[in-house]
Write a protein that binds this ligand. Structure first.
Ligand code: CA
Length: 457
């Protein structure tokens, strides 16, 4: 019997929700907001240029994770990772091809999904927004559907109805909200554009007009440097294709991108109010993250896919029940794969041993606690070939990247947060290189990567 069932059996047992979830024995609700293509620095609390007052308030009341990395920086694979708790080469959604995931998790049902496990343990499970993996009812959700509206209003309307229907209910729920924003096409309304002056927007230190001719910057097949910004801001201004792209061009794009995020911020603010009105706010854990980042002209790139910070590092915060050290920022290195086991632990469900992530629950009380020695990310098979593409391992200080043509990169984040200097051939860093190559080999063995391993030294 799970916690909420025990509670229902306990006649007239009323426990104040202001108690911690463990003490109160109330099964927590979970609301996950999983945005699309929102890079780490596109959040008010990480960047003064961006206006996200509702998200900032939530994050500052909860716990902000400064070092959160996605298992893969591409939409379909990242979504499949959230639902499966596995890396792409394990769950089978490689780049934009989800057939392997379908076979294991939908057709054979040989592997459990996050929604399926929570539902089996008494949770009402609701989905709204972007699926990218087909009908969400096929992979564990009982309520909801995919919503294709790019302004996400349909999705947030569904969320509102879902929450209102559960006002005062003791049965816990898991609500997955997957907005399209700020993925291109960007269609910001004037009221959000009015918040920003393009000329005053600061570009990052690693802005370039076009990328270096190195495989680490390829975003698909050999030599491809996608730039998806042209024509996509069509109710604001039509931007020409690139690269190269000018500073002014990128400021104009950022204005539309940030305006879209401010719209999303407003929608999340309304959602929080609905949770409060329903009486469910006090027993709800909110997790906010994005499926991948985005290059805003960083390194001369648009899009995502490569292993640089702008692509693999995302905004991530938690708020509400279970967050015992509130108002803190954690530098603990975490992965998007940690969400699955975190929710299971909080729901009192045994964590299956095959999951790749670790529960964040210990960090929610001790923000300095180390959870991972390193985290990994991959984006392989973008051009349809297994083994091609990019991989990285990241410790608190160092990042090691291995491309599909065996080029390597080593960055020191203590001195080089914008990844401008590749130290892979620097004699002084031979020991670090050896250690990072070892982590990479270990991770490649774990996921069954078909690509040749980095050399042993
Ligand atoms: Ca995405």
């Amino acid at each position: 019997m799970c916690n909420w069932q025990r509670l229902l059996c306990a006649t007239l047992l009323i426990v104040p929700v202001s108690f911690g979830w463990a003490e109160s024995n109330i099964a927590p609700n979970f609301v996950v907001v999983f945005t699309d293509d929102q890079t780490y620095r596109a959040m008010g609390y990480n960047n003064d240029d961006v206006q996200t007052p509702h998200l900032d308030a939530l994050a500052n009341e909860g716990m902000i994770f400064n070092r959160a990395y996605v298992s893969t920086p591409i939409c379909v694979s990242s979504r499949a990772s959230m639902m499966s708790g596995l890396f792409p080469q394990q769950h089978g959604a490689i780049a934009l091809n989800s057939s392997g995931f379908r076979q294991q998790f939908i057709v054979d049902k040989s592997m459990p999904t996050l929604a399926g496990m929570l539902r089996a343990h008494g949770y009402d499970t609701g989905f709204c927004g972007k699926s990218h993996l087909g009908d969400p009812k096929q992979y564990g959700f009982e309520f909801g559907q995919e919503h294709r509206g790019l302004d996400d209003q349909e999705a947030f309307d569904f969320a509102q109805g879902f929450i209102e229907e559960r006002a005062g209910s003791m049965k816990p729920f898991f609500l997955w909200i997957a907005p399209h924003q700020p993925h291109v096409p960007l269609l910001p309304e004037q009221q959000w554009l009015d918040l920003y002056d393009a000329e005053s927007i600061q570009l990052d230190e690693n802005f370039r007009e076009q990328p270096l001719k190195v495989s680490h910057f390829n975003q698909g097949g050999p030599g491809e440097h996608y730039y998806r910004d042209s024509k996509y801001t069509n109710n604001y201004k039509k931007l020409s294709a690139g690269p190269p792209r000018s500073k002014k061009h990128m400021q104009d794009f950022n204005k539309a991108y940030y305006a879209t995020i401010s719209h999303l911020d407003h929608q999340v603010g309304e959602l929080v109010q609905q949770l409060k009105d329903s009486g469910q706010y006090g027993r709800t854990l909110i997790i906010f993250l994005s499926d991948n980042g985005y290059f805003l002209g960083n390194h001369g790139l648009g899009n995502k896919i490569t292993m640089h910070e702008e692509s693999v590092r995302v905004p991530f915060f938690v708020h509400g029940i279970g967050v015992n050290a509130r108002g803190k920022r954690s530098n603990s290195l975490i992965s998007s794969l940690d969400v699955f086991p975190t929710l299971l632990e909080m729901a009192g469900i045994a964590i299956p041993s095959h999951l790749e992530g670790k529960s964040l629950v210990p960090v929610l009380s001790k923000p300095k606690k180390t959870l991972h020695e390193y985290v990994a990310s991959e984006c392989v098979g973008v051009n349809g070939e297994a083994g091609t593409g990019h991989r990285m391992v990241r410790t608190n200080r160092w990042k090691y990247m291995l491309s599909g043509v065996n080029e390597e990169a080593l960055y020191d984040h203590k001195t080089d947060p914008y990844e401008l200097t590749n130290l892979i051939d620097t004699k002084k860093h031979a020991k670090v290189r050896k250690r990072m190559r070892g982590y990479m080999r270990e991770w490649m063995d774990d996921v069954g990567d078909t690509h040749p391993r980095p050399p042993e030294e």
